[in-house]
Design a protein around this ligand. Structure first.
Ligand code: AMP
Length: 278
């Protein structure tokens, strides 16, 4: 496995792959890899000739008081894990390489960002769209892989691709969890021991809520009470929307999602509920 840090090196690899008629699967990440990221690599491996992983902690998607500076980073460990999962190339640019000048053009997300994390983190999804647009163009990927763990991000990226005819297919990966149900996340390392013991209750609250939704009930009050009882972190939101439109008009699938702010880590999780009983 090769690691490239410049756009030029990446482009020359992409040219070689494309000239030989092979396909590229792109797995965008911010690094500090875990099995969630690696499951996307494995899926990409099955569907493409080559797998390209990007590792870039994207400053454009962090707010001024968020954790950009202390986001966990460990490139050596990431290289080993990415290689063992079958990644062909890691693209790990510096901020200056990715953003050599202040952009003259901005991309702004629509109403799908008015709820959930979009409502709580102003500008976050604009920053996500900025980086993925560049990555899609640079990688010339045939398919790009995103986890349902970040379901709003996934839905918004699907809109970007559909609305602006990006010539690639977005593929969805299932959320990978710890044995106790906690969704794997690079930020889990920032939980204290006591918080780590509480954190599986996020998933349990979602399971409880899912059952209520399937019974036709409003899950939010019970979930709120459950979380207040079991976790010390502050509930940022618990919301129910249509998926992937993220409107109030729930049709076939709903997303029940929550965010909890612990002392040093803000955790998000969700469950997508099929209301047609599949
Ligand atoms: P991140 O490095 O957190 O930006 O995540 C990179 C990609 O991995 C995104 O598409 C995430 O949705 C996905 N991802 C993160 N955590 C998980 C998980 N536990 N299971 C599956 N995919 C995940």
């Amino acid at each position: 496995m090769q690691t490239v840090q410049t756009v030029e090196e990446l482009k020359s690899w992409v040219r070689e792959v494309k000239n030989s008629g092979q396909t590229i699967g792109l797995v965008p990440t911010m690094g500090f890899l875990h099995e969630g990221h690696l499951s996307l690599v494995e899926k990409a491996k099955l569907e493409n000739d080559k797998v390209l992983m990007s590792i870039f902690v994207n400053p454009a998607q962090f707010g001024p008081n968020e954790d950009f500076d202390r986001y966990p980073r460990d490139m050596e460990r990431d290289q080993q894990l990415a290689a063992s999962a079958g990644t062909d190339v890691i693209f790990a640019p510096s901020v200056a390489e990715m953003y050599p000048r202040e952009s003259q053009i901005s991309i702004s997300v629509g109403a799908q960002a008015n709820v959930l994390c979009g409502a709580k983190r102003p500008g976050h999804f604009d920053g996500v769209l900025k980086v993925v647009t560049k990555l899609f163009h640079l990688s010339e990927a045939d398919r790009a892989y995103f986890g349902k763990k970040d379901a709003q991000q996934l839905a918004i990226i699907e809109s970007l691709v559909e609305d602006y005819n990006f010539p690639l297919v977005i593929r969805r990966g299932e959320t990978v969890r710890e044995a106790d149900g906690l969704a794997k996340s690079s930020r889990n390392v920032y939980l204290s021991e006591a918080e780590r013991r509480e954190a599986p209750h996020l998933h349990r609250a979602l399971q409880l809520g899912k059952n209520l939704v399937l019974e036709g009930k409003n899950p939010l009050p019970e979930m709120d009470a459950y979380l207040n009882k079991h976790v010390s972190g502050k509930i940022d939101y618990i919301e129910l929307h249509d998926y992937p439109t993220l409107t109030k008009e729930i049709e076939e699938e709903a997303i029940l999602a929550l965010a909890v702010q612990f002392e040093k880590a803000r955790l998000i999780d969700n469950v997508i509920i099929n209301l047609k009983g599949n």
